[in-house]
Design a protein around this ligand. Structure first.
Ligand code: SAM
Ligand code: SF4
Length: 482
């Protein structure tokens, strides 16, 4: 069978649907209706957001269309407040591992696309995966997202084998404790195999929710050309019990205001269909230049830094309990500015070339294959800065390992108990990092942050547990969690 026909039979389910849950005209109607909201309109929506109730698309449109400086600043202030209330001061760290850049698709914006002759194609062998993972572990990483192109070489059995390889690789005191997956949409049968192997989050970005733009970016005759196969990728994962799913859009392909509402409709669709379980995280990467890929240097709807900041705050206000991921595609100055507005996860020490961890020297990027990174600082540099700027870095993987996923995670996240898990576990995993991987000045900054945050733990029993655990860790124990 031709590879491109792989899911032909599965597509029928979606081809027969009269419509999907993205109504392009309706999104534009809402944006047009609220072209010039008043201060009162904006404040009414902020009043609802303050109660941490997920907003409706029309309410999001009001925030998006707000051009009044005073109430925009109120939006920023409330977004920061909600972030602190729901997530505390912690920020979770991860790093991606690019497994293969071979791809049968031809997405206009991506350096991995089939027609790009400017990149060297590679798929890591199992040994090479272990080598990369050992380097990541030795830098202090505990969480990764594995990234794959869509090709016969990286079929589901290969993906499962690579995940097992990641989990089985140990180095010193460390290991990867959570492997998330960013790969092409899969069938239910394939997703069942992913569940068996034990992944963290299953992540697929819709790229653009705008049907017509989607068609232009993803040529017909490629698997990715099928909009609905991708749009319902998370549904299929949830159908087979993979209950941590993530969504995202690639900003720059179409109007950012439309995409933001598209992300909200996707969230609502999942919440309504799956018992309140929405996406675990939302990603909102902006297109970055990529070698041999003209489109990526001149995207039609490039998002300015100012609009990007608004986008992050509006997402935080609209979906208070969904994690927001900001990647190293963004420059350090942008990251510093938008993290406080609502971001809960970032990557650092990232290499995006296939085999990039081995090839890189210090902070230098050896290749710029899929796109160019904006933040090439080492993990240690970013950890130190995070501690110095009043936040608490975390490598926590406890929820997933304790089965607090999907519906159960939502129950925990929606009550303030998140502080009783997330903050203590952030302290404990930061301590591991400081003991095993940190440079001298990072240790100092980290210990200061730990002392500060221990005092903020309200529950006396938890606080005592953490103090005792820190002492046990000094003596060599690892992987202690609440
Ligand atoms: N092949 C799979 C897919 O397309 O879903 C997963 C891997 S793909 C490399 C991961 C993500 O990279 C894509 O979903 C897209 O959003 C993002 N991406 C592609 N080209 C990019 C670019 N030029 N700049 C920033 N992100 C890009
Ligand atoms: Fe392939 Fe994914 Fe890149 Fe598209 S975005 S060319 S599917 S790797």
């Amino acid at each position: 069978m031709n590879y491109l026909d792989k899911y032909k039979a599965d597509f029928k389910e979606y081809d027969l649907m009269e419509k999907d849950f993205i109504d392009d005209d309706k999104i534009w109607e809402q944006l047009n209706k609220w072209e010039n909201p008043s201060k009162d309109d904006v404040r009414r929506v902020l009043g609802k957001a303050e109660k941490k109730i997920r907003l409706e698309p029309e309410e999001m449109a009001i925030l998006i269309q707000n051009k009044d400086e005073e109430t925009i600043n109120e939006m920023y202030a409330l977004a920061s407040k909600l972030k602190r209330e729901v997530y505390g001061d912690r920020i979770v760290f991860f790093a991606p591992l690019y497994i293969s850049n071979k791809c049968a698709n031809n997405c206009k914006y991506c350096g991995f696309r089939r027609e790009n002759k400017m990149i060297e194609r590679r798929t890591l062998t199992m040994d090479e995966i272990s080598q990369e993972i050992r380097i990541m572990i030795s830098e202090g990483q505990k969480r990764t997202v594995l990234v794959y192109g869509e090709s016969p070489e990286t079929d589901i059995d290969f993906i499962c084998e690579s995940i097992r390889q990641v989990y089985n690789t140990k180095c010193g005191n460390g290991e990867i404790r959570r492997a998330n997956i960013n790969c092409a949409p899969l069938s239910r049968e394939e997703l069942k195999k992913l569940k068996e192997v034990g992944i963290g989050t299953f992540q697929v970005f819709q790229e653009t929710y705008h049907h017509e733009t989607y068609r232009r970016m993803h040529p017909e005759g490629t698997i990715k050309g099928h909009y609905r196969w991708r749009l319902y990728a998370q549904d299929r994962a949830l159908d087979v019990g993979l209950d941590d799913v993530a969504i995202g859009a690639l900003f720059g392909l179409y109007d950012w205001r439309f995409e933001a509402i598209g992300l909200l409709y996707h969230t609502i669709h999942l919440e309504e269909k799956y018992n309140g379980v929405g996406p675990h995280t939302i990603s909102f990467p902006r297109i970055e230049p990529a070698i041999g890929t003209d489109y990526a240097s001149n995207p039609e709807y490039a998002v300015s830094d100012e609009d990007f900041k608004k986008l992050v705050a509006i997402l935080r206000l609209s979906v208070p309990y969904t994690g927001l991921i900001l990647t190293a595609r963004e420059k350090p100055e942008v990251r510093r500015e938008v993290i406080p507005l609502g971001v809960s996860q970032i990557d650092a020490g990232t290499r995006i070339g296939v085999g990039g961890y081995k090839k890189s020297m210090g902070n230098m990027m050896p290749d710029k294959e899929q796109f160019q990174l904006g933040d090439v600082r080492s993990l240690d540099d970013v950890i130190r800065e995070t501690c110095e700027t009043e936040s608490l870095p975390s490598f926590c993987t406890a929820c997933y390992r304790a089965g607090r996923t999907g519906e159960h995670f939502m129950e925990v996240a929606k009550s303030s108990f998140v502080h009783n898990f997330c903050m203590p576990n952030a302290i404990l995993t930061l301590k591991e990092y400081l003991l095993d991987y940190a440079a001298g000045d990072t240790k100092e900054a980290g210990e200061k942050a730990i002392s500060k945050y221990i005092d903020t733990l309200e529950d006396a029993k938890t606080r005592q547990f953490v103090i005792d655990a820190l002492a046990r860790m000094e003596k060599g124990e690892r992987d202690i969690r609440v």
